[in-house]
Design a protein around this ligand. Structure first.
Ligand code: FAD
Length: 248
């Protein structure tokens, strides 16, 4: 759905979405993972979404940087890809405005009250609104917004770290963007960024953050890195993508 929507968004509001339709490969290294992808392929077929189960040779043809040691198969979704979140957000906002939505930026909701009429009074920095429905889409702040109406939103923020490499000669030599890869063995995702790579570990002992609330002024700031925690993942990545071992 997303990949189709992003293409329409490019055409309609004419706003670049930053969508890279490079495809994706999810690796299976255990028999139960391979079975799971067979099941997923069936579901995707019903949903009309293309998915091919491919062997190590074909995986390396699509992604020549990978060492497929221990890989049983890959679930290749050619219509998959990755995108830049701010580009997509702006394109969606432009599309919504074209369909009559009004978007007020830089205006924090400070309180939400239930009225006797059953409607909601939403207090913002720029005034108060009354509405039938309120959607809590406050991202990392969703817990704090939920608390405004006495709700405990069952989610926590987790710290996520990822690495962006400098240019890697093997990547520059490809001439075509490589698919995004999810690798359960290293518990990481890999994708191309310019002529280098982004390596994003799915950390097993990831750290929860902001459990007592986040300061409202927190905006796009980076947290201090803890690269030691990533070491077990990155050691495996150097085996999976040998070119990564010497990357800056
Ligand atoms: C560095 C980084 C890299 C990422 N990379 C990827 C990736 O490659 N792929 C992927 O799928 N996901 C990625 N993510 C995750 C993805 O960006 C988030 O899952 C997604 O943006 C969440 O969208 P959202 O709309 O729920 O929340 P957000 O995008 O966080 O939007 C919430 C909005 O609510 C606003 N808000 C909060 N409180 C209030 C209030 N009281 N009043 C008014 N407004 C309020 C905030 O200002 C914000 O604009 C990444 C995230 C980060 C931080």
């Amino acid at each position: 759905y997303g990949s189709e929507l992003y293409q329409v968004l490019e055409e309609e509001p004419g706003q670049a979405t930053g969508w890279h339709g490079c495809g994706a490969i999810r690796l299976a290294v255990k028999p139960d993972e391979a079975d799971w992808f067979k099941y997923v392929q069936g579901v995707l077929k019903l949903a009309g979404s293309e998915c091919h189960l491919i062997g190590p040779d074909e995986i390396r043809k699509l992604h020549p940087l990978l060492d497929t040691k221990g890989v049983l198969l890959g679930a290749y979704t050619p219509n998959d890809g990755h995108t830049d979140p701010s580009g997509i957000t702006n394109a969606m906002a432009a599309g919504a405005r074209m369909r009559g939505a009004e978007i007020v930026r830089h205006n924090r909701v400070t309180n939400i009250n239930l009225l006797d009429s059953g409607e909601w009074e939403v207090v913002t920095e720029q005034g108060t609104l009354t509405c039938e429905h309120v959607v809590n889409a406050a991202g990392s702040f969703a817990g704090q917004v939920g608390e405004m109406v006495g709700l405990q939103v069952p989610m926590v923020n987790m710290v996520h770290q990822y690495l962006v490499t400098e240019s890697i000669p093997e990547v520059s030599a490809l001439g075509k963007e490589i698919p995004v890869v999810r690798d359960p063995w290293a518990s990481c995702y890999y994708r191309q960024e310019q002529q280098g790579l982004v390596i994003g570990p799915y950390e097993m002992n990831a750290e929860a953050w902001g459990l007592d609330g986040i300061d409202w002024s927190f905006d796009n700031a980076l947290l201090p890195p803890d690269t030691q925690r990533l070491e077990p993942h990155l050691e495996k990545v150097t085996e999976r993508i040998p070119g990564f071992a010497d990357a800056g």
